[in-house]
Design a binder for this molecule. Sequence first.
Ligand code: RB5
Length: 183
Amino acid sequence: MIREGKKLILSKKKQAVIYNEGFKRVNSLRIGIGSDHGGYNLKELIKNYLKDRGDIEVEDYGTFDSNSVDYPDFALKVACAVASGDVDRGILCCGTGIGVAIAANKVPGIRAAVCSDTFSARMSREHNDANILCLGERVVGPGLALEILRVWLESEFEGGRHKRRIDKITDVERQYIKGESVQ
Ligand code: RB5
């Protein structure tokens, strides 16, 4: 169902960001979010956006201010929450989105995708079944970041041949967990 949302103006440091021009409701997703200092402002914006949508439960794994921290700490908190099933999917922000993605992808079962455009966001769900979206606050502006997020939330995994490929990745994880050599 497409719901026409009202235009909403967010004030942050005297900057207004307009979002919520309509979205497709998702079925009560639980989302874990996290960032380092480089992605802190974007994480806060995303948290407000998700709460305003009203169809998504949000768990914030920090960081909780803009003091300098190490991105792997927060990437791993969100990745472990997704891998354990505490939340359904995750969103991670840092300066580029790259550091948090590299760290999150070390956790078995995680498929974290850095997206800076809406096409990649949709493909990361439909073909790769990405369970964590990584965004770079220093790469994409707030309006594009929220549009990428909206598309990512509303896109579904297509399964079929894509499932076969994901299963091959999962097999590699299993082999490494068991300590088998991988060619
Ligand atoms: C922090 O300065 C920055 O390196 C971090 O946010 C991220 O971009 C790393 O990938």
